[in-house]
Design a protein around this ligand. Structure first.
Ligand SMILES: [Zn+2]
Length: 107
């Protein structure tokens, strides 16, 4: 993935990479499961679910592994879907970012 000028917003090329990876995998109807609209947009930055400690270990924020994730939002009702960019093959597994900045999602 290429850097965008501000390093947080996905470049047009990176957005195209994600859309091109998702399009052939999105089988069946593209209707929103909530409102049935077909008006999706890609959020123009990568986010991540945060790893928390185990159920009995309390909550730890930061320091764990993260998974780069693309977010698609229904522009009619706000229904949101997240896609793991490693699983999609957009980001190599060995370039997963870490909260400490030790990883790198750029190539
Ligand atoms: Zn919707």
């Amino acid at each position: 993935m290429a850097d965008s000028p501000d390093k947080t917003t996905l470049s047009d090329a990176d957005q195209k990479l994600i859309v091109d990876a998702l399009t052939p995998k999105w089988a069946g109807s593209h209707e929103c499961p909530i409102c049935k609209a077909i008006h999706w947009t890609l959020v123009p930055y990568v986010s991540t679910p945060m790893e928390l400690a185990g159920l009995k270990g309390g909550i730890r924020i930061g320091g764990g592994k993260v998974q780069p994730t693309a977010t698609i939002v229904c522009m009619n009702c706000g229904y949101t879907m997240n896609f793991n960019l490693v699983a999609m093959g957009v980001v190599p597994p060995d370039s997963e970012p870490t909260p400490s900045g030790g990883g790198n999602v750029t190539t």
